[in-house]
Design a protein around this ligand. Structure first.
Ligand SMILES: [Zn+2]
Length: 171
């Protein structure tokens, strides 16, 4: 009613007094194109009086976004609520059409240095030790786990060899 729900204005009791269900539609209080709240309680009589100036449309209900006539879409809703930031120069490297979602997500975290590596978990007190999980004796960090650890270095060497690339792994 005028931008506020009947429930917010009068509480649940009037819904009960009107004999309506909690999820009742507005059409339950319309008869022959007119407002027709049951006049059995004072609050309901007041509601009937207050809604008289609200026009009743016989056209089906439609959902609009921001302005009448603007169809709702989740895309528009997302664009409306998100904060815009500048486009990342590397986004096509990560979010290309042939991506493998798990790989893209992992690469995205790596570019942002957002992996919760053991050195970070140690710093916030989650772990007692940041020792590399591959038992090389070093502290696990993003650079270490991806490039410096002997274990991952061997993986890179094997991948490079299959691609006929012969250069240092980390430079
Ligand atoms: Zn290691």
């Amino acid at each position: 009613m005028h931008g506020e729900s009947i429930h917010a204005l009068y509480g649940h009791r009037v819904i009960y007094d009107a004999g309506l269900g909690r999820l009742a539609f507005v059409k339950k209080v319309l008869r022959a194109g007119r407002w027709c709240w049951p006049p059995n309680f004072e609050d309901l009589i007041e509601i009937q009086r207050r809604v008289q100036d609200i026009p009743i449309s016989l056209s089906p209900d439609s959902i609009f976004w921001e302005t009448v006539g603007n169809s709702f879409s989740t895309k528009m809703a997302w664009q409306g609520i998100r904060s815009q930031s500048s486009e990342a120069l590397w986004h096509n490297l990560v979010w290309h059409p042939s991506r493998i979602p798990k790989h893209a997500f992992c690469l995205w975290l790596a570019i942002l240095a957002a992996h919760k590596t053991r050195d970070k978990l140690l710093a916030i007190g989650v772990l007692q030790s940041a020792s590399c999980v591959f038992y090389c004796g070093a502290m696990e960090s993003l650079e270490h786990i991806y490039f410096q650890c002997p274990y991952t270095e061997n993986i890179w060497k094997a991948v490079f060899a299959k691609c006929n690339i012969y250069r240092p792994i980390f430079h």
